[in-house]
Design a protein around this ligand. Structure first.
Ligand code: DCP
Ligand code: MG
Length: 369
């Protein structure tokens, strides 16, 4: 695709308005909220300094000493000996996260949670209905603070990538609005590493090529992007120019992912049936991975030689996308239906009940993709 039609296309598109909202020092702020003795003090949430514990997050008071997420707790204690170490209480963070996501959904149904304390909101409809983006953002910050006592940093822009960078610029309690048309100018002076998808290693390689800022990156020709970023070239270029068009995904768009196959001749032999299930489970698993989904319900569908069709379902203890788990579960369901002389015209495998919320991870490391 060359540059000209792309530019014309984007000029015709209606402007979106996107918020990126991220709570400040989330785990540490919850600890300070629940225990007033910790307020105004350097708090480091995470594992023990003996052994290999890491810092999940630190209060802004502790950050002044150079303590940050993913740092070994032992180093954190060295930098900030007066820091108060608190064990993470995931249940409590999850509970507060649920409240905050509910407040986001009171503004718009189009909410994409990225982690427990972070989400994109598409507020295009609200803005088109007459609410200035700044007013929506201020309301949101105030609501979250009133209901939970936590402070929220908000970035507003015409796309996700700009909004995310904006929310990080004035933390804590930040609010940065990038008006339509000013995206490229806003991004130009910022370090390339701030761009979503440019991890520390890529940023270092770019610096070696003399590219420090997003503006310098945006000025590179398309063939350079192709050479350096391969399949990601167009998306990285668009983000660098402030022209990212990625929609806000609510996770509700896809209810289930499934695959089925009708056999050329009916199958009865268990080995052959299992091979077919394995192929279907592989298809479903790859499809789930592409969509970034995991589900808790596995469905096996079968049609017999006499066209009787039925489904059997199993609910797993945890969401899965794994080919092996999907195969094992659907095979268990099918095995219960095997009878001597019974043959099958069709088999199908599906996964549904996708999780809306993010799984807890500790620690979270920066993603290069
Ligand atoms: N987290 C973690 N390990 C990491 C990074 C984060 O366990 N390496 C957890 C603790 C954080 C929470 O996820 O409180 C949210 O992550 P953020 O990156 O949003 O960090 P904070 O909310 O703590 O601070 P900030 O004010 O920079 O958003
Ligand atoms: Mg945060």
């Amino acid at each position: 695709m060359n540059d000209v039609p792309q530019a014309r296309e984007s000029a015709d598109r209606p402007v979106r308005h996107i918020i990126h909202a991220d709570l400040d020092a989330f785990y540490a702020a919850v600890e300070q909220l629940d225990n007033p003795d910790l307020r105004g003090k350097p708090v480091m949430v995470g594992g023990s300094p003996e052994g290999r514990g890491v810092v999940a997050t630190a209060s802004y008071e502790a950050r002044e000493f150079g303590v940050h997420s993913a740092m070994p707790m032992r180093s954190a204690v060295r930098r900030c000996p007066q820091g108060i170490i608190v064990r993470a209480r995931f249940g409590r963070y999850k509970e507060i996260s649920g409240m905050v996501m509910e407040l986001f959904r009171e503004v718009t149904g189009l909410v994409e949670p990225l982690s427990l304390d972070e989400a994109y909101l598409d507020i295009t409809a609200q803005v088109e209905g007459g609410m200035p983006p700044l007013a929506v953002a201020l309301d949101l910050k105030r609501r979250v603070n009133e209901v939970t006592g936590l402070t929220l940093s908000v970035g507003v822009g015409t796309n996700k990538s700009v909004a995310k960078i904006a929310s990080d610029l004035n933390k804590p309690d930040g609010l940065v609005v990038v008006p339509p048309g000013e995206e490229a100018d806003f991004l130009a002076p910022l370090a390339v590493g701030k761009l979503w998808g440019i991890g520390p290693k890529t940023a270092e390689r770019l610096r070696q090529e003399g590219i420090d800022t997003i503006g310098q990156l945006a000025a590179q020709p398309m063939d350079w992007f192709n050479r350096c970023f391969g399949v990601r070239a167009s998306s990285v270029q668009a983000k660098a120019r402030g022209e990212d068009r990625e929609p806000v995904h609510t996770g509700r768009e896809t209810k289930s992912v499934s695959a089925e196959t009708t056999f050329a001749s009916d199958l009865g032999e268990s080995g052959l049936l299992r091979t077919e299930l394995a192929r279907l489970a592989g298809n479903v698993s790859r499809h789930l991975e592409r969509k970034g989904l995991q589900g808790r319900t596995v469905t096996m569908k079968a049609r017999l030689a006499d066209f009787t069709t039925f489904t059997r379902q199993a609910t797993l203890p945890a969401p899965t996308g794994s080919e092996q788990t999907i195969l094992d579960t659907s095979w268990r369901l099918l095995s219960q239906e095997l009878e001597p002389g019974r043959t099958f015209r069709l088999l199908g495998v599906g996964v549904s009940s996708f999780q809306e919320e993010f799984q807890l991870q500790l620690p979270l490391f920066e993603d290069e993709t």
